[in-house]
Design a protein around this ligand. Sequence first.
Ligand code: MLT
Length: 392
Amino acid sequence: MKIVEAQRICNLPPYLFARIEKLIAAKKEAGVDVISLGIGDPDRPTPVHIIETLVREAYNPANHQYPSSVGMLTYRKAVAQWYQNRFGVELNPETEVVSLLGSKEGIAHISWCYLNPGDTVLVPDPGYPVYSGGAILAGAEPYYLPLKPENGYLIDFKSIPRDVAKRAKIIFVNYPNNPTGAVAGEAFYRELIDFAREYDILVCHDAAYSDVSFDGYKPPSFLQFPGAKEVGIEFHSVSKTYNMTGWRVGWAAGNARVVEALGRLKSNIDSGVFQAIQYAAAAGLTGPQDIVAEQNKVYQERRDILIEGLNSLGWNLEKPKATFYVWAPVPRGYTSDSFAELVLDKAGVVITPGTGYGQNGAGYFRMALTIDKERIKEALERIKNTIGTVTF
Ligand code: MLT
């Protein structure tokens, strides 16, 4: 039998971390003690009260049946309450919140709701690969918006050609930013909302890292700015805030029409989040939040060790205010790929090549702070032994 894949899957590259996972597995197989600064996957435990809620709810047979695909009202109310407490944002849990199997799933599926084949979608570059992946599956054409260090890695709306803006249907935006660690403030969000209104472009803001922040800085939500709900939605999850990446539970919130469309799409293709997990996530969102501040202290210490260590080798990096990522240029004489390969082969340290996030990531790499500080120190030592001091 001849098996032929559809064009849309042929156009889809292998997922960045699926490729990296294979490299790590091969090294481990060869007996290397690999230190991974690759995927941003929190290493610290999920808070106990969340786990206890999961266990308790898992004993209730009612929770073993199909959940509602848009999420239990209890869960959606917890999301709305969290937005109120954290950002002062009012959300109607019945119409303005939909549960997701992690924000990645919703980010991939929103393109199916709003992009027809051939449509233009604005995608930050470097950026989380799921923005373009979902759009490509929907047959749309990403137009990449370069995030440049001289602009603080913010989108430069003035540089978007008018004809491109006129035909674009969605803009993906993500602050605090993966992979650069950049943050955005009120002026940026106001400009974004004006831009979206002027050209009728749906804003899809990814706020996954809003609660991983340092030095007293508290990132805002896109939804807290006037007009946001009129032009878009925000994707979020409990993954990064409460160390729950494996649980697959998130949400989209904001514009009711968009929330309804995403919920309708999802009810046709998935059956929602296990109810015991929804109760547990709700316990996280409505429970004590001091654990988040405690955890950020741990990341901050790791950040300082890593940045100061790299700077002692010749880098000149500023400390990011948010996310658990460090974005850095590769030393002179290397490309993103050749530097990542060298560091993996000679030091057994996994870093993510900047090109994994798009063409504008060329010449950069990303390190995640999701391992213990002693391992970060060891990674630095191994990198030092491999390359010595560096120039740019
Ligand atoms: C990353 O490392 O970029 C993220 O952990 C990936 C994700 O959130 O899916």
